[in-house]
Ligand binder design. Structure first.
Ligand code: F6R
Length: 615
């Protein structure tokens, strides 16, 4: 959601910023803008639409010279997406300019106060209120920009990452964060500012991730100054060396990031268990779990909190933990959990799952659980993300950057790591025999090559997609471990092709959804040979009896479902708890091809953002 890029140094700021904004497109946005200081004037160009629209507009609108500037991609919160509401926003004097991610919750009362002092507002945004508040403080208290920003932020309630520039002090940019990520790239005599490190990857690997409640002044040819917003106290910045490389954030020959990420899954899964699963020795080791093993072993229950696809991974984990470790598990939407006064015990273990590590609802749920004394374990993909910092311990999935808005490799690697944690716990509590434990390790080790094999269904998926691309509705059914896969399959279709789809436990069909079935309704059924196969076959018969179209994901060699279904897609056989990883693959590919055939923007679906940093 919203992207921030800034630059101060010796390069042409324009190209650094615009290219940086393109790198942040995956976050989801509806408008874009830039402010460049050309040595005399502070020029702003902004537009509703894509960064490409900004690029063509700004070249005719403002000079693109200068070595300092800030740019933004906006995902609308206050005010519709249009040119006026796009960032950057000027203060009334025209001296200050700001970009902002997040929401200033008390903006209306601040606005009223400023209106009484004759400030004028041209947009509907909370951001324009903030820049004028800073200006007001700077003028009335006769302080420098940094101090004015600090005072202003102490008067605001909400979440933000901001960058502010003052044309009367053009050798610095002031930045701050609370609840929205902000990274500072430290180059030689130059600084980069961005919502994540991808915009400056080719210029520097040295990065300072601001922590919540910190602000910084980046100054041309000077050292970085970081301090606390609350009391101005100095913070010594911790400079990290990025482990990312450019290849990881480029499409590498694929048409879309989503497709690249689907195909990266064999490697991503290997990277998830690298160093953690020693098959020959029969060992699972994970520092975050091992160091807190007593907490896991003594857990009264495990509470999993997450949103969207990560919540679906949590649902799969519920089946796995209960089966392997015989510990009760509850899976909660973070957005509900945070507001419903949940009962949390000190001996609960909370597992928070988040690809981005920045999801606002998951963050708030974690804070609530910690306040009530629970131990919180994070499962994140993005290294150094906010959730990885605020949790008591955790494990990264190491799936590499996921840029397509629709989660793919994040899901399968989340299931992988959660399976490892469940195995470790089952072994530690003696709830699983050593031979069963070892058979899981051996099978997990084979999963990347089985995913590779599952990916061979791509052509079949494309064929099936061509037959069903024009439907308006679809049903997804699965049972047991694969019920969450049905939910995930439906979500993938909805979010990138905008076709209405619902996922259900197959047996629930007769309690309502069966009324929807007619000869126009495609029903995607996950019918693995393991588990409740016969029951699912009966469900398929029921759909067939009502002329529904059946697309079944089956175990290789299946004959029975083949006889009943209109189309089958085969995946390799595996142990039942691991089937979700394989069954998901054809559903990802089906959604991808349908969206592509409908001409949708697969990587940046409308209205969606990659990291949902507001409520
Ligand atoms: C779906 C999708 C979203 C995210 C959700 C949580 O494809 O990407 O549903 O799963 O917004 O995001 P994270 O995992 O970053 O907390």
């Amino acid at each position: 959601m919203c992207g921030i890029v800034g630059y101060i140094g010796h390069r042409e700021a324009y190209s650094v910023i615009v290219q940086g904004l393109e790198r942040l497109e995956y976050r989801g946005y509806d408008s874009a803008g830039i402010a460049l200081y050309d040595g005399t004037n502070l020029n702003v160009s902004k537009t509703k639409g894509k960064v490409a629209d900004l690029r063509s507009k700004l070249e005719t609108e403002i000079p693109t010279i200068g070595s300092v500037g800030i740019g933004h991609t906006r995902w609308a919160t206050h005010g519709v997406p249009n040119d006026v509401n796009s960032h950057p926003h000027f203060s009334n004097s025209g001296n200050l300019v700001i970009i902002h991610n997040g929401i200033i919750e008390n903006y209306d009362s601040l606005r009223q106060e400023l209106l009484q002092r004759d400030y004028k507002f041209t947009s509907d945004t909370d951001t324009e209120v903030l820049v004028n508040l800073i200006e007001d403080i700077k003028k009335n208290e006769d302080v420098k920009l940094g101090k004015a920003v600090q005072i202003a932020l102490n008067q605001t309630i909400g979440a933000y990452a901001i960058a502010v520039f003052d044309k009367s002090k053009p050798d610095e940019i002031v930045v701050a964060r609370l609840g929205s990520p902000l990274a500072i790239g430290v180059g030689k005599d130059e600084f980069f500012i961005a919502s994540d490190a991808t915009p400056f990857l080719e210029y520097t690997k040295k990065t300072v991730y601001l922590k919540d409640g910190e602000m910084a002044i980046v100054r041309r040819n000077k050292k970085l100054k970081v301090f606390k917003i609350e009391d101005n106290s100095i913070v010594v910045p911790y400079v990290e060396e990025l482990q990312l490389n450019l290849e990881q954030i480029e499409k590498g020959g694929y048409d879309y990031f989503m497709l690249k990420e689907i195909y990266e899954q064999p490697q991503a899964i290997k990277d998830t268990f690298r160093g953690r699963m020693l098959v020959k020795e029969g060992i699972v080791k994970m520092a975050g779990v091992d160091d807190n093993l007593e907490k896991f072993k003594n857990a009264r229950r495990i509470l999993i909190i997450a949103c969207g696809t990560s919540w679906h991974a949590g649902l799969v984990a519920e089946y796995i933990f209960e089966e392997f470790a015989r510990v009760p598990v509850e899976v909660e939407y973070a957005s509900e959990f945070r507001y419903r006064n949940p009962v949390i015990y000190e001996d609960d273990v909370i597992i928070a799952i988040s690809q981005s590590g920045e999801t606002a609802d998951t963050m708030a749920a974690i804070k609530l659980a910690k306040k009530q004394g629970a131990f919180v374990f994070g499962v994140c993909n993005v290294v150094g993300s906010s959730i990885s910092r605020i949790t008591d311990a955790g494990a990264y999935t190491h799936a590499g950057p996921e840029i397509g808005v629709a989660s793919t490799k994040a899901f399968t690697t989340q299931i992988t790591i959660l399976t490892l944690i469940a195995l470790r716990l089952a072994q530690a509590t003696g709830k699983m025999s050593n031979s069963v434990f070892r058979s899981y390790l051996q099978e997990l080790d084979r999963i990347p090559s089985k995913v590779e094999e599952a990916l061979k269904c791509n052509e079949k998926a494309e064929l099936v997609a061509s037959k069903y691309k024009d439907v308006s509705n679809a049903l997804y059914l699965g049972r047991g471990y694969n019920f969450p896969v049905a939910l995930e399959g439906a979500l993938k279709l909805k979010e990138i092709s905008y076709i209405h789809a619902e996922g259900y436990p197959a047996a629930e069909m007769k309690h309502g959804p069966i009324a929807l079935i007619d000869d126009q309704m495609p029903v995607f059924v996950i019918a693995m040979k393991k588990g409740h196969y016969e029951k699912v076959v009966s469900n398929i018969e029921e759909i067939k009896a009502r002329s529904g179209k059946i697309i079944a994901i089956v175990t290789k060699g299946d004959k029975e479902v083949k006889r009943l279904a209109d189309h089958v897609i085969e995946i390799p056989e595996t142990l039942e708890p691991l089937t979700p990883i394989l069954a998901t693959i054809p559903l990802q590919l089906l959604s991808y091809h349908i969206a592509l055939m409908l001409g949708k923007n697969v990587d940046q679906p409308r209205n969606l953002a990659k990291s949902v940093t507001v409520e």
